[in-house]
Design a protein. Structure first.
Length: 107
């Protein structure tokens, strides 16, 4: 007996990541700190650091390392936004915490 081919529904398109946003994941803290430094070297003044789930603590660490070690008083945290995102489809959804930290170079 021939098996029916299984088709999966196409995934909804992801929303594009703005150029002034750094997404925090599983890389080491210094990798993200370097990315922030490179954004500031290219002329950016305000950046958004975005993380969700377990990466939230790493995002806070990244901001603190950059603020204390590299900019020592020449950077400030403008806004911190927290929220919840529903991940998954149908009956397989779960809530994941999110954080957006806006930082500004004051020099």
């Amino acid at each position: 007996m021939a098996e029916k081919p299984t088709t999966t529904a196409p995934l909804p398109p992801r929303e594009p990541i703005p150029p002034d946003t750094i997404l925090i994941g599983k890389k080491p803290v210094m990798a993200y700190a370097t990315a922030i430094m490179m954004h500031y070297q290219s002329g950016a003044k305000i950046l958004t650091i975005r993380a969700r789930g377990r990466a939230i603590s790493r995002a806070v660490d990244v901001v603190e390392v950059v603020r204390r070690r590299f900019f020592a008083g020449k950077m400030r945290v403008n806004e911190v936004t927290i929220g919840t995102q529903a991940i998954g489809e149908g009956g397989d959804t779960r809530n994941v915490s999110t954080i957006d930290i806006k930082i500004e170079r004051t020099e």
